[in-house]
Ligand binder design. Structure first.
Ligand code: GLU
Length: 465
């Protein structure tokens, strides 16, 4: 069997959306599983709508997801001369023709066909035309076989056949001389040696046309697998009104790439009842045979659940770096203050996103705390002063600034004062964190370090009036 060669071929007319990311992921997984090659091709033939900004956004998103490729990125806009030569080849071989029908003429014909209840289709007026009216604009059309059928075996959907009568003579070159998607995709997939085309099932109707072009150009036809769409909860195609659809928006919202990948692969693919898969496991287990034929419904709660799983189990050093990015984005300087990995360990059980974690972690890095005035009024009061003074005194003398060492100090203070942790804890928490919610007191003290903890305690005590 020849080596598997797959490709991801986004059009740079916007950011990378989750549907595109899933297609890229399926390609990637199979390439890695089978020792094949993954090619990235930027389909920028639509010069009007393609932008460098979108190219950058797509590359950035692929990078963030860790979907690396072996060849590319290739740019179709750099191959226009080559496509033109191929158009000429089809013209020379009598497999394509110039069509001078104007848009107005075509509109009239289309409307008439619709009125008669017929499927609108190019009627072939210019198909056998021999003259070439000088200076008149024209498109180039492919001379599609008028009879018979064109079929293929889709690796996800099974056998699919189209009646050739349904397919009209496709435009392969526009009036302005630029080639069209269905034409260039065939040339590139063939010349890049693609053996399996995995793409969204919105392209299914293009596939028979492309197969006819492969045949006309004398190329071997690859295999195809069309991935079902992603729908929103209301069963409409996933769009912005369902929430974020851009991969990088998920990054900004504090999702981890492994959570998004895990979520996207499960949307339409299953392996028993398993939900959690590392990339290595996916590379081992993924199969197009277990991809469902119908559309998957995007479920934000499940993505959130996976995200909290990966936050809980992720490497604190790596998560610490991500945490700092989010803190920096909110204007917090993390160059001073506690080790981010240590901070992560105090928050990873509860935070569902890294944005949530950053909100909870901010107090660690704020030299000037924002105090919750209600909490101050309730817990930093004169009746708390004696025990806080005693605690401060004992902590100043503490030489074992570890969770256990700090706990021992607290136990001593509790015994001496006859107060339970439930009585002392809230005041200490307000002094250290500014409010009544924070990770465990001993952890916070340990992570803040002795000097900063004592500084905050003193400030807290000074607030007592
Ligand atoms: N450029 C096409 C798109 O973004 C993909 C074409 C393909 O995969 O064949 O929809």
């Amino acid at each position: 069997m020849s080596q598997l060669r797959v490709r991801f071929a986004p059009s740079p007319t916007g950011y990378l959306h989750v549907g595109g990311a899933r297609t890229a992921l399926f390609n990637y997984l199979l390439a890695r599983q089978q020792g094949g090659k993954m090619i990235l091709r930027i389909e920028d033939t639509d010069v009007e709508r393609s932008t460098q900004e979108s190219v950058d956004a797509i590359l950035q998103a692929m990078d963030w997801l860790g979907l690396d490729y072996d060849e590319g990125p290739f740019y179709q806009s750099e191959r226009f001369d080559h496509y033109q030569a191929k158009v000429q080849q089809l013209l020379d071989e009598g497999k394509a023709y110039r069509c001078y029908c104007t848009t107005e003429e075509l509109t009239v014909k289309r409307e008439l066909a619709m009125k008669l209840g017929q499927k609108p289709k190019y009627d072939g007026t210019c198909r056998e035309r021999a003259d070439q009216p000088a200076g008149q604009p024209c498109v180039i059309r492919f001379k599609a076989p008028p009879e018979g059928d064109t079929g293929f075996f889709d690796q996800i959907k099974g056998p699919i056949v189209f009646d050739n009568e349904e397919l009209d003579d496709l435009i392969i070159q526009r009036t302005d001389g630029t080639p069209t998607y269905n034409f260039v995709v065939v040339i590139d997939d063939a010349e890049m040696g693609i053996t399996l085309v995995i793409r969204g099932d919105d392209h299914i109707n293009n596939t028979p046309r492309q197969i006819q072009l492969y045949q006309a150009l004398g190329y071997p036809v690859p295999e195809f697998a069309h991935v079902p769409m992603i729908l929103g909860a209301d069963k409409a195609r996933l769009s912005k009104r369902h929430g974020a659809t851009s991969v990088m928006a998920y990054k900004d919202e504090g999702y981890l790439p492994e959570a998004l990948l895990n979520y996207l692969v499960r949307l339409g693919w299953s392996h028993g009842d398993d939900e959690i898969f590392s990339k290595a496991e996916l590379i081992k287990l993924f199969s197009l045979k277990s991809v469902g034929k119908s559309a998957g419904v995007f479920n934000p709660e499940k993505l959130l659940w996976l995200n909290s799983h990966y936050i809980k189990t992720g490497d604190p050093v790596r998560l610490g770096a991500i945490l700092c990015e989010h803190l920096t984005a909110t204007g917090i300087d993390t160059s001073f203050g506690p080790d981010p990995a240590a901070v992560v360990k105090t928050l990873n059980e509860r935070a569902k996103t890294m944005v949530e974690m950053a909100a909870s972690a901010a107090f660690y890095y704020r030299p000037e705390l924002e105090y919750d005035s209600e909490a101050v009024a309730k817990f930093l009061t004169a009746d708390h002063q004696p025990v806080l003074d005693l605690l401060l005194h004992k902590l100043e003398a503490c030489s074992d600034w570890t969770h256990d060492g700090i706990e021992a100090v607290f136990k001593g203070v509790m015994a001496a004062s006859g107060l339970k942790l439930g009585k002392i804890g809230p005041s200490v928490r307000v002094a250290l964190a500014g409010g009544t919610t924070s990770p465990g007191i001993y952890e916070v003290l340990e992570v803040l370090g002795k000097e900063e903890s004592l500084r905050r305690l003193r400030i807290g005590i000074n607030k007592i009036v």
